[in-house]
Write a protein that binds this ligand. Structure first.
Ligand SMILES: [Zn+2]
Length: 294
């Protein structure tokens, strides 16, 4: 066990002391100790600092081995850092701040949270929903810090409803040929929330956007007009067809009323579907109506 850990996860300034089964016989505990003479590192400035005292043992969850819940535990030292002027807990190379999962475990767990629900992931690996959240948050933060935006030619914006009631998120995707990825998520679907996307990507990337796809939600249209007036704005087909059908209905009803008031046969009544049909599929009766009304 120690040989495997030394091969896969060696930490500077620390050694694996021993590995043994927990009292429940369903878990493995690995004890990690500071290497003799190695200085602790300040968790604020990330530099070695003089020791102050030692706290109780802290446990970090590790990737399960052979289905055994695994953890490494270590006594945490505190340092008296003169640069930062405070007494703080040391930084450990396998941990990430206050999270209790090891840095090795989080990228292991997070991809499972994409395949399964977070609850199922927690159950499968005998951990908690909060820890799955920690793993996802850690991986997403890392991903955002290391993301290169590059040139973005085309974006699509859409809203997504969540929870009960009218709660919305604004989602922005890159939809270039060969690069389709979620770029940004914002709360609500307001002008302010969508503006947040353009603030994140900055003016230079914004100015190079060539195509934007969206629905006809007012706040989105307004922000697109302001931020990307040069880009070609493509509206979604569903809303265009819906608006066109509505306009057609209004014209038809109006004409029908007018014809009735002039004591003419209200030919346009009950003719909605005939008017919506494609010309090549139209029957003789539709042609008759269209010729009678023109
Ligand atoms: Zn410091």
């Amino acid at each position: 066990m120690i040989t495997i850990l030394n091969r896969c996860h060696r930490f500077r300034g620390f050694v694996y002391q021993h590995a043994r089964f927990g009292t429940d016989k369903k878990s493995i505990e690995v004890a990690v100790r500071p290497r003799k003479g190695s200085a602790a590192v300040c968790s604020r400035c990330h530099l070695p600092a003089p020791g102050y005292d030692q706290l109780v043992e802290r446990r970090f969850e590790f990737i399960p081995l052979w289905g055994f819940w695994s953890s490494c535990c270590t006594p945490q030292r505190r340092v008296d850092c003169r640069r930062c002027g405070v007494v703080v807990v040391e930084e450990v190379p396998w941990g990430d701040g206050k999270r209790t999962l090891t840095k090795a475990y989080m990228p292991f767990l997070a991809p499972w949270a994409r395949r399964l629900s977070w609850k199922e992931t927690a159950e499968a690996f005998r951990t908690s929903w909060d820890k799955v959240f920690d793993a996802v948050e850690h991986v997403v933060t890392w991903g955002l810090e290391h993301r290169t935006l590059g040139q973005i030619d085309a974006i699509g914006v859409d809203e997504s409803q969540y929870s009960k009631g009218h709660k919305f998120l604004t989602l922005v995707y890159q939809i270039d040929l060969g690069v389709t990825r979620l770029l940004w998520v914002g709360k609500e679907r307001t002008i302010e929330s969508f503006q947040g996307f353009f603030t994140t990507i900055g003016e230079e990337v914004t100015s190079k956007i060539v195509f934007i796809c969206s629905d006809m939600w007012g706040p989105y249209l307004k922000v697109i007009r302001e931020k990307c007036s040069e880009a070609l704005h493509i509206l979604d087909r569903f809303h265009i067809v819906a608006k066109m059908n509505k306009a057609l209905d209004e014209v038809r009803a109006g004409e029908s009323r007018r014809m009735a008031s002039e004591f003419r046969t209200p030919l346009l009544k009950k003719s909605r579907w005939l008017l919506l049909k494609r010309e090549e599929r139209s029957s003789a009766s539709a042609c008759a109506i269209s010729s009678a009304t023109t």
